[in-house]
Design a protein around this ligand. Structure first.
Ligand code: ADP
Ligand code: MG
Length: 230
C-alpha cells in the first residue's frame, strides 16, 4: 500500500497557483471570445454556440468558487460543532450523486462527543470534496460502498475516515495529488484536494491518504475543542 503524508511543502506556492489560475481561466475565456466573434461576424451562427458559452462560463464559476474556499479563515466564523452532525449533513448532501453512481454511503460514528472548533462551512467543503472523489473513483468500478467513520483518538483529537472501494491511486499519481490543477478527470478542476489540505491545515489538522488496489482511505485528524487551551 502506498502512503503519503501531507505537509506544508506540498501546499501551493503562490506563484504556481497564480499561473495556474490564469491559465485555467484564460482557456474558457478564449473559447467564449471565439464564439462571440464568430457570431458577431455573421460568418456562423448556431444555437448550440450558446450552450458551449454557457458551459465555459459554468467552468469559470466552479473554479472560482473552489478557490474562494482558500480565503483566509475568519476567526469569528469558528464555532464548536460536533463533527457527527457535520458528517451527517454532508452525507445527506452527497446522497443523490452517490445513488446516481450506484454507490451506497454507510456511516459509523463513535458515541463520544466529538466537538471541534471550526468554520463549519469550510469543513463541510472538505468532506464534500473527499466524498465526491470517492464516488467518482467508484464510477470506474460500477459502484460499491463508501464508509464514513469518525472516532476519538486519545482525548486530544478526532479522526474522520472516508473509505472507498475504488480502483485506488497509483503511486506516481499519489505524489501529485494536492498540487493545484492536478486532475486525471476529463472535467476535473484539480482543486478539491489542494483546497481541502489547506482548510484542514487552517484547523490545525492533518490529512493522510492510503491507497491500494482495493480502494482509498482518506484520514483527516482534527483537534478536539476540549484539547484547546483558551
Ligand atoms: P478533481 O476531482 O477535480 O480531479 P481533486 O483535487 O479532487 O480534483 O483530485 C485530484 C485527483 O486525485 C483526481 O483527479 C484523481 O485522479 C485523484 N483522486 C482523488 N481522490 C481519489 C480517490 N478516492 N480514488 C482515486 N483517485 C482519487
Ligand atoms: Mg475532486
Amino acid at each position: 500500500a502506498h502512503e503519503v503524508m501531507i505537509n506544508s511543502e506540498k501546499l501551493s506556492v503562490a506563484g504556481q497557483l497564480a499561473a495556474g489560475i490564469a491559465h485555467e481561466i484564460r482557456n474558457p475565456i478564449t473559447a467564449i471570445k471565439g464564439f462571440l466573434q464568430l457570431m458577431e461576424s455573421g460568418k456562423s451562427y448556431k444555437q448550440e454556440f450558446f450552450s458551449v458559452i454557457s458551459a465555459e462560463i459554468n467552468r469559470i464559476e466552479i473554479i472560482l468558487s473552489e478557490l474562494l474556499a482558500l480565503a483566509k479563515p475568519q476567526l469569528d466564523k469558528y464555532c464548536k460543532k460536533d463533527i457527527k452532525g457535520i458528517l451527517q449533513h454532508v452525507v445527506a448532501l452527497t446522497k443523490s450523486q452517490a445513488i446516481l453512481h450506484d454507490v451506497h454511503i454507510q456511516t459509523s460514528f463513535s458515541k463520544d462527543s466529538l466537538e471541534v472548533l471550526c468554520d463549519e462551512n469550510k469543513l463541510k467543503q472538505v468532506f464534500i470534496n473527499f466524498i465526491k472523489n470517492a464516488i467518482e473513483a467508484m464510477s470506474y468500478t460500477d459502484g460499491g460502498m463508501i464508509l464514513v467513520k469518525s472516532e476519538k483518538v486519545g482525548d486530544q483529537s478526532v479522526i474522520i475516515r472516508i473509505i472507498d472501494q475504488g480502483p485506488g491511486i497509483p503511486e506516481d499519481i499519489l505524489k501529485k495529488i494536492g498540487e493545484p490543477f492536478f486532475t486525471t478527470k476529463e472535467n476535473g478542476t484539480g482543486l478539491g484536494v489542494m483546497v481541502s489540505f489547506e482548510i484542514v491545515k487552517q484547523h490545525d489538522g492533518e490529512v493522510q491518504i492510503n491507497s491500494d488496489s482495493n480502494g482509498t482511505t482518506i484520514s483527516i485528524t482534527l483537534p478536539l475543542s476540549s484539547s484547546l487551551s483558551s
